[in-house]
Design a protein around this ligand. Sequence first.
Ligand SMILES: [Zn+2]
Length: 352
Amino acid sequence: MGNEPITFRIKTLTPLWTGGADGKMDRIHETGIIGSIRWWYEVIARGLGYYICDPISDNRCKLSGKEKDGEERISKLCPACYLFGTTGWKRMFNLPVTIDGKHTIKGNEPFSQATTNSINKSWLSKVFEKNRYDMNYFGSLELKVLPRCDRHQIVEQLKAVLSIMSNFGSLGAKPQFGYGLFKLADHTEETKESLRMINRFLKENCFIKRSDDKKGFSLKNYWKIETEVGKSLPPANLEYLGKKGKDVYIPMSFEVRYMLRKEYLEKCGSKKATAEIFGGTKGDKWASKVFVSSFYKEDQKNEKYKLRIWGFTARAVSEIVREAIERDYETNNDREIFSFDEMLSEVTQIDS
Ligand SMILES: [Zn+2]
């Protein structure tokens, strides 16, 4: 590899939200994109058995500037802080975002959620109506990686984490509102190989191993249901959706999560346990442990929509989710619910 920066081309499947000043999005903000990549890198590293600090606690990694050498500096950093930066240590790369000229990225869809439920409608109109002229982006964009050093390693780590995010999660902020599903147009890596690339990097750099999953956001607890929706969509009365949006994606993640939350509460009977899994209703960024995409189309020519639901919980929760969406959205869920269990033990064994 030469010194040319590597560019990841991204095609959105649901609109991208990166936030901005006052929580309004005026353009694509790199910080929102990098924040989500870091979050996923943490999830993967925890899944592989490595220690990741809590970046908002007092115990987070930091450098004082008095460290003798590089070795001492690295010994004070967890892998996420090493790559993405912390107090006294710069991020290992820059990531300017450019918009692909061929597909105009539109900032013209309202920041909206659709619902068929009249109770939700008044709540949603209060929350979302005032943001109607906010922007989000749908289309193609490019992330250019400019590593500070260790070019090959940095590029490899980003390629691995982006490949995993495109198949199992989302990019940017507000995943709880269905934002950020995407496809990598090139430089994709197969999932097991991605895990191996990250595992090797963590091992070679002697990061600390510790299974400290208090928050539960680890690949060890990850599950995913991704399925075609049989029910005809969109339903007739989607009040908060511009005409254009309907053909491309349907922002109903709020509605689906509302239904799942209710279903879970009925099954388990505990409000506390339900809030732990589905989060508060305040819309805190990562409060929920279950994420629901907007209904999306892998290819715009497709008639049918798909839905991706993923979580970081006990397996029983995913079973309840599967039953509920099968009933309400006529999804075809014969396939097993995906988990990383087997792959994680394989990868950590091969490379140990
Ligand atoms: Zn750290």
